[in-house]
Design a protein around this ligand. Sequence first.
Ligand code: C6P
Length: 411
Amino acid sequence: MTTATLDPATIRREFPALEQSINGRPLVYLDNAATSQKPRVVLDALQAYYENDNANVHRGIHELSRRATVAYEESRAKVAGWVGAAEPSEIVWTRGTTEAINLVSTAWGLDNVGEGDEILISVLEHHSNIIPWQLLARRTGAVIKYIELDEQGRWILDELPRLLTDRTKVVAISHVSNALGTVNPVKRVAAAAHEVGALVLVDGAQGAVHMKVDVQELGVDCYAFSGHKMCGPTGIGALWARRDLLDSMEPYQGGGEMIHFVGRDESSWATVPHKFEAGTPNIAGAIGMGTAIDFLSGVGMDAIAKHEHELLEYALERMNAVDGIRIYGPQSPDEHSALISFTLGDAHPHDISTILDSEGIAVRAGHHCAQLAMQHFGISATARASIYLYNTESDIDRLIEGLEQVQGIFA
Ligand code: C6P
């Protein structure tokens, strides 16, 4: 049942991993952008699949295979509903966001991008949305262009008319930055990209996790996301793409399950989405991701977004009062997802993370697989606290205590 508000104390009880102590202190988990913790229902669904229904999908005539196939395809339908796909066949299971982007850059890119064509990405992208396009450019002779950032890590869109040309074949952009938390104006860029006939791919790894996503409303062609950042298991994710686009693409990998007929010289392919799902898939992972969607839907995405926003405002206010702190990314919480990237005086982000860990507080430190964004600010790393539905004000208070300790050591 959807509720307008959420009680994190109740929610936390669903997550066994949150019940432990680290270095003698109750765990404060603020590394959700890297991966979220998993609720008991997801863990139970994985166990139940292996205990009761374990069989390969779309292959057996027997009862276990039938059950596994039904659960696997039901999960696909849930994922389709999660992002507003027109039909479940528009969802291709992948290992995660990274594989979904590589699928498009390879299967679509090699047939549609040629020498001198242009690929537009942004300086804010995760390496998963840079390297696949660099590989494509290297193989085809295409050129990569960049949307630059302003001093708050927002895209500079005044340049868009110059950046988009009749050679632009694809625009690949993130919905939400994992390095700074910026919520990007994807819809606006997608509309401009379509005017020059470019394909629009969105890296939704940090998007579909925190907000209701409707790919039709966003007006994009492909949306890639991962299960493990939204309470699901690792090793599973999805690519949503328009059906006609998927139909027009060659397979990404060859093997079992993706064929219709195999001959000695020529073979034909299964229909979409199976054409893109060679080999035995991550069946348990897919079922777990569907269960995670049920769980998040039960809590209510509006309630989750509201809770995270309130916590973000609280965290920004308290963190801004810490002496020597610098917070990167948009200063307004309205342009900001529930993730705060920061440095503190002369303390190296790795030292910040180590000291916080000694207090049982988990944050990430490093370049966050976004080295271009770090270079934009002339730094090599930040510390990053990322919030999810089970975090509380008291988690933020513990973070502040930890930061004061760091400050004391490096003063
Ligand atoms: N970011 C982080 O700590 P995979 O690994 O395929 O599930 O997701 C890759 C990915 C792509 N795009 C964005 C915006 C991401 O945040 C991530 C994963 C993690 O920020 C691990 S580097």
